[in-house]
Design a protein around this ligand. Structure first.
Ligand code: PMP
Length: 363
């Protein structure tokens, strides 16, 4: 919709300047192969569906009532699975909301927030939204973080690990180096994809009073449609997040979401088996794409970042789309010759590979 300048006069001046995040497309067309938003190709644990049905059958009357503002049962389930005290857990409506509260709670400072030039594209959006000063630090030519850059004065640090959209993971030794070099700043590790092969920094929370680890149920627990994210940190940092949350929305997690997410955290066996399948399919797909001539960055995520010297990535994304296969293409400096491809089921990955073969045979 085109809004005229005259209509815009009703908007808050600040809102007129916003450049909102653009989420990956959710197409309405049938028979499309959707490999563009890093969703899990497998359904959540059957126990999740049972838990939602139970709310409907036994608990419908409870829908009259607000949910628990603290989502205590969910925090308890997360604490148990993550092996941390419950006082170390914060929950929100997707990790995007948790990240929003993190930006407000910690990063509105005189000194700039540090983050990489190629990373989750919501960080600049939240920075603008909350008036956070920023300093963007380029990844090196291999798309790796340069740890030495994170030793300058700052008002906070956020690192995605494994990074998105590059899929490359950072080791815990490097994360500890960042934490130790910045004792007076909050360091946030956004671990949306950590369960697909990176090492989690949750084990460092006990030792570092300046660490916040953010995770989500959207990827490795197949619950993107449910909207549950969480942060793990020491209680003095959790208290700031609770203060922000209770100044914004007291009930971000509804009764269905609480019941379903609890069931997911209780079914560790399903979670592990499902992630192992995604990782195995990723390795197979990487080999197949390499055989087709792609260069694929080393992935610890449920997606890969790949480039083909012989073909423009934007054109390739369009041609895939014409064949019903949607991948993510970022028309941005440094990465405009790469495609970000979500790992699908074996059958889906085969459809991708066969479609690529047909397109490349023609060009
Ligand atoms: N962090 C990163 C790095 C992501 O890619 C995403 C998914 N777009 C999120 C956080 C947010 O995920 P959600 O809100 O579904 O928990």
């Amino acid at each position: 919709m085109n809004i005229t300048a005259e209509q815009m006069r009703f908007w808050s001046p600040e809102v007129r300047e916003l450049e909102p995040y653009i989420p990956g497309e959710q197409p309405k067309i049938q028979n499309i192969l959707k490999l563009n938003t890093n969703e899990n190709p497998y359904p959540p644990s059957p126990k999740v569906v049972e838990a939602i049905q139970k709310v409907l059958v036994n608990g419908a009357d409870a829908l009259r009532l607000y949910p628990d503002p603290d989502a205590s049962e969910l925090k308890q389930a997360i604490a148990q699975q993550q092996k941390v005290p419950v006082e170390n857990v914060f929950v929100g409506n997707g990790s995007d909301e948790v990240l929003a509260h993190i930006f407000k709670a910690f990063f509105v400072q005189d000194l700039p927030l540090l983050y990489a030039d190629i990373t989750y594209s919501f960080y600049p959006v939240y920075s603008q939204f909350f008036g956070v000063k920023t300093k963007v630090l380029p990844l090196n030519d291999n798309f790796e973080i340069v740890i030495a850059d994170y030793k300058q004065p700052n008002g906070g640090i956020i690192i995605t690990n494994p990074n998105a959209p590059t899929s490359i993971a950072l080791g815990l030794a490097e994360i500890q180096e960042v934490l130790q070099s910045n004792p007076n700043s909050v360091v946030v590790i956004d671990e949306a994809y950590v369960d697909f092969g990176a090492e989690s920094a949750v084990s460092l929370v006990e030792k570092y009073e300046n660490l916040v680890v953010c995770q989500t149920t959207s990827k490795s627990r197949s619950l993107a449609g449910l909207r549950v994210g969480y942060a793990i940190a020491q209680p003095h940092l959790i208290a700031a997040l609770e203060a922000v949350k209770n100044s914004f929305n007291s009930y971000p997690i509804d009764r269905f979401a609480i019941a379903a997410a609890v069931a997911s955290f209780e079914d560790q066996a399903y979670f592990e088996a499902q992630n192992a399948k995604v990782i195995a399919s990723r390795e197979k797909l990487v080999n197949e794409l390499s055989d087709l001539g792609f260069k694929v960055l080393p992935s610890s995520a449920n997606f890969i970042f790949a480039t083909l010297a012989s073909k423009d990535a934007g054109e390739l994304a369009n041609e895939l789309r014409e064949q019903g296969v949607i991948v993510r293409y970022f028309n941005k400096p440094r990465i405009n010759q790469y495609l970000r491809i979500t790992i699908g089921t074996e059958v889906q990955n085969q459809r991708l590979v066969e479609t690529l073969k047909v397109i490349l045979a023609k060009s």
